[in-house]
Write a new protein. Structure first.
Length: 263
């Protein structure tokens, strides 16, 4: 059995920052493995540990910088990785969900996994559509916002709980191959061990460009354009209550009374 996990890194912005054109100035950014993808990686690794001959492959779209996040996934138990990037992709200001799916689909077709896991969304763009768009392009069955998962590889079925609105869960069986988008809380992602970190440095990481994927620059065409980046203005200044806990509580209670809260 093979499980492919799509992963990405996300930008973490300092509390104080400056905007340079369409981007936050790099001086104020750090990067880490996307939170939702951590749960997807953990779900894949748990399947690997529970079954015989289960391979976990990660697929990423991103520049060389993303290899730190990729190595984190490898350190947590993934077996190898594929990173999609070249100069043509780098020239794009924005990769929307459809474009990302178009770039990932050839990787999935080549790998022929039984199961594709993706985080529900990324912590920066938050499109929350790449996984299901990928399933549509592949012609795979899919389930979104999965918070519980059991796989019967012999039967070719994944039994999943989906989180619906209003706190309702839906239980559904999905035939493999399938794409599942994984919600936070489905498991407890492990920390990378020192041994895992050392092993990750030698695990295969293959870089693919458009030519390698059988694509050309038309695959990057998108109706979406990134036109502006700005910091929203605050309508009011925060009120800071100083002093002891009791003093701060009394001040807060007074403000709430003035606002008519609790009346």
């Amino acid at each position: 059995m093979k499980v492919l996990v799509t992963v990405t890194d996300v930008a973490l912005v300092d509390d104080e920052f400056e905007i340079d054109g369409l981007d936050v100035d790099e001086r104020y950014l750090s990067y880490d493995l996307n939170e939702w993808d951590e749960y997807a990686v953990e779900a894949a690794v748990q399947l690997s540990e529970a079954g015989d001959d289960v391979e976990v492959v990660t697929a990423t779209i991103g520049p060389e910088r993303t290899e730190e996040a990729i190595r984190t996934a490898l350190a947590k138990g993934a077996d190898r990785a594929v990173r999609v990037w070249d100069d043509a992709v780098a020239e794009r200001d924005l990769l929307d969900a459809e474009t990302k799916a178009t770039l990932l689909a050839p990787v999935v077709r080549e790998e022929e996994p039984d199961l594709v896991l993706s985080g529900v969304q990324s912590g920066d763009d938050s499109f929350a559509a790449t996984g299901v768009t990928l399933a549509e392009q592949l012609g795979y069955e899919w389930a979104a916002v999965v918070n519980d998962l059991a796989v019967d590889a012999d039967a070719g079925v994944a039994s999943v709980h989906r989180e619906l609105e209003g706190g309702v869960d839906e239980l559904v069986d999905v035939e493999l191959p399938a794409v599942l988008t994984v919600q936070t809380g489905i498991n407890d992602p492990r920390y990378a061990s020192l041994r895992g970190i050392r092993q990750a440095q030698t695990k295969p990481l293959d870089v693919r460009g458009l030519d390698d994927l059988g694509l050309d620059e038309s695959a990057l065409a998108s109706p979406l354009r990134w036109t502006a980046t700005y910091e929203p203005e605050s309508e009011s200044e925060p009120t800071v209550f100083e002093g002891s806990v009791d003093e701060a509580a009394d001040e807060l209670a007074g403000v709430l009374r003035e606002q008519g809260v609790g009346e």
